[in-house]
Design a protein around this ligand. Structure first.
Ligand SMILES: [Fe+2]
Ligand SMILES: [Fe+2]
Length: 170
């Protein structure tokens, strides 16, 4: 998919407004895998999902961008909260969608894509749209990359990740 300079700038500006949003910045406090946190993880997923959508000419870019940034907007640390631990995998997409709806102006396709991002773990919540499927796949790719890293140099890696996500288009 080819986009013109104006569309590119529009997406970049949406991306950067989320990157600096104080509600979104709270995701930095939530530990993810090996040197990553929820904030870094979500923007990495967003960058990859947009890259793939452009390469394969698929989906509505604004929907993909918003849903990927917000897909893990569940805002609790299940490692610190034992009550959340048991059902985190299956429930966090719904908590994230609920929080996203409360805090941002999102449309139904964005909400749906957030809710179905854990397929096939949540097997009955099949991602029905192209946008939702792109997010499922980008999330898995980033997850596997993150867990493949060693635990060493965590702080250094975090700095590197923050630099990588500071813009949507490199
Ligand atoms: Fe998730
Ligand atoms: Fe995720």
């Amino acid at each position: 998919m080819k986009i013109n300079e104006e569309q590119r700038q529009q997406l970049e500006s949406i991306y950067s407004s989320f990157l600096n949003d104080e509600k979104i910045l709270k995701m930095k406090e939530i530990t993810m895998h090996r040197g990553s946190n929820c904030y870094i993880h979500s923007f990495k997923v967003a960058k990859l999902a947009i890259k793939r959508a452009l390469r394969h000419n698929k989906g509505d870019l604004a929907t993909i961008l918003l849903a990927s940034i917000l897909h893990d907007y569940y805002l609790y640390d299940w490692r610190q909260d034992r009550s959340k631990m048991k059902h985190h995998l299956s429930e966090h997409p719904f908590v994230a969608a609920q929080n996203a709806e409360r805090d941002f102006d999102i449309l139904e396709p964005v909400k749906k894509a957030i809710q179905t991002h854990m397929w096939p773990v949540n097997f009955s919540d099949f991602p029905k749209t192209k946008e939702a499927r792109i997010i499922v796949n980008a999330d898995k790719t980033i997850y596997f990359k993150e867990i493949a890293c060693s635990k060493r140099h965590k702080a250094k890696r975090e700095q590197k990740y923050l630099k990588q996500i500071n813009k949507l288009f490199d």
